[in-house]
Design a protein around this ligand. Structure first.
Ligand code: SAH
Length: 455
């Protein structure tokens, strides 16, 4: 039996889906963060449970060939990157394995269905969105940056390599403004002041949005801050304030108002222009998202005659990028601002065959089915928790020829694919896309088709 603080030697043989190294010691499997497959390490035991243990690296006895020198001072403590100490090639290997493991273990599907992962062109500076928490440390000093791994503790860090340099410059300026004004920072006690800085960047038009999330409207020096940012960063086309006084981990509150410029910024994607409100989802790695959507379009196999349903459609990006190849499109999304964007995006791009519904995907799909809508193709891109079993039943009853599943969580993807395969659909192919280099996240797009013809 191993005891806390004991030093053990481990060979790291695989990685967990969160990117921690896995090594075996006798009957026990140990999880060790910040290691690489092929490492031999001396590790300090932190905790031992029945079948698993947790340990921390004390010394790298023999490094894995995958190892590289991390190029960020906070890479081991920050909750963002988990792969800065291994080569990008090794990271892509680990991510493909994560998808294959989920698909075979949870989905009970054949590993050969998982194609090669498509790496990202940009490994750093790819994020077009950043949400920076603002708080006070124990000494009452202002801290801004990123959450430490597995916690809600703000690690003071103003520059992140995943963000474009302009984000980091703006964050430094906001910090300079707040540094001597700790009274302007939100705390659970005062319930006012600044909680988050939220930045968004439309890569193709250069437009920037600056959003400040506050506990209550108005703070001292507000005008001066906005004016100085506007003057220095002429690419800022929109300054908005979002009010969130709730004691919650949800970042955005219900009320947003514009204090300068437009309510939304505009980017181009797949040859179309998209207006994106602060509340609307937009893929954070634009060029890689474009390639992912191209694959989704290929999988949809449209000829111009089909009825297409796009569930969880956000500002309409996936469906609208396919609208020129189908007869009609119906998009469904729960956030009203995103649906407003989707409608306007259809109009601005001259798409006349689209209809958008604001509502819960499961309920709206059931309603459409009752109305007698029979789509030829259904695409969806749900949040991490995946689909409901009711929605899967509804889609199966609608009996589309093809189903295209875009997923940001291999585990829920695999769980849902299993249900589809038990109900007259077969999985044809799954292609992983690395949309989030250096983090543990991986996106996938999957094609399913109906096994038996219509009754
Ligand atoms: N397809 C879009 C958005 C994908 S993100 C794109 O690629 O840009 C997932 C979307 O699902 C978000 O816009 C979120 O607001 C929406 N959503 C979350 N829960 C939902 C639900 N129950 N019903 C419908 N949409 C939902």
């Amino acid at each position: 039996m191993y005891r806390k603080n004991e030093i053990i030697e481990l060979n790291i043989t695989s990685l967990t889906s969160d990117g921690d190294g896995v090594g075996r010691a006798g009957e026990l499997v140990f999880f060790v963060p910040n290691t690489a497959v092929g490492d031999t390490i001396r590790a300090k035991v932190l905790k031992v449970k029945k079948n698993v243990g947790f340990a921390r690296v004390e010394e790298i006895v023999a490094p894995s060939p995958d190892r590289i020198e991390p190029d960020c001072p906070v890479s081991f403590s920050c909750g963002g990157c988990v792969y800065r100490h291994i080569s990008y090639e090794a990271e892509c290997r680990a991510k493909r394995q994560k998808v294959t493991d989920a698909v075979t273990r949870i989905g009970k599907l054949d590993a050969s269905l998982v194609k090669d992962i498509i790496p990202s062109e940009k490994i750093d500076g790819y994020r077009n969105k950043a949400m920076i928490p603002v708080g006070l440390n124990r000494d009452g000093e202002v801290v801004m940056g990123y959450y430490a791994r597995h916690s809600h503790h703000i690690m003071h860090c103003l520059r992140c390599q995943l963000s474009p340099p302009v984000f980091n410059d703006i964050i430094e300026d906001v910090y300079a403004f707040l540094k001597h004004r700790p009274g302007l920072v939100y705390t659970p006690q005062n319930r006012k002041g600044i909680r988050h800085i939220y930045l968004r960047y439309a890569e193709m038009t250069g437009d920037l949005m600056f959003c400040v999330i506050v506990g209550s409207r108005h703070f001292d020096g507000e005008e001066a801050l906005y004016n100085s940012l506007q003057e220095k960063y002429t690419q800022i086309k929109s300054i908005v304030v979002n009010v969130n006084a709730e004691d919650t981990n949800v970042i955005l509150g219900k009320h947003t108002y514009t204090v300068y410029g437009s309510d939304a910024i505009t980017d181009t994607l797949c040859g179309l222009r998209f207006e994106i409100a602060p509340e609307a989802f937009y893929q954070i790695n634009r060029s890689q998202a474009e390639r992912l959507y191209e694959k989704a379009k290929e999988y949809a196999g449209l000829t111009g005659k089909e009825a297409l349903i796009d569930l969880y459609c956000g500002a309409g990006t996936i469906g609208l990028s396919m609208a020129d190849r189908c007869k009609r499109l119906i998009g469904v999304e729960i956030i009203p601002e995103a649906i407003e964007n989707a409608k306007r995006n259809a109009e601005h791009n001259g798409v006349g065959n689209a209809r958008f519904i604001c509502g819960d995907a499961s309920q709206a799909a059931e309603q459409l089915r009752k109305e007698g809508i029979r789509p030829d193709v259904v695409v969806f891109d749900p949040p991490r928790k995946g689909l409901t079993s009711e929605l899967i039943d509804t889609i199966v009853q609608m009996s589309p020829d093809r189903v295209v599943y875009v997923s940001c969580d291999p585990a829920t993807l695999a769980r849902d694919l299993k249900l589809f395969t038990e109900k007259n659909y077969s999985v044809k192919e799954i292609t992983p896309y690395d949309l989030f280099p250096r983090t543990s996240h991986v996106e996938s797009v999957c094609l399913m088709s109906r096994k038996k013809p219509h009754n």
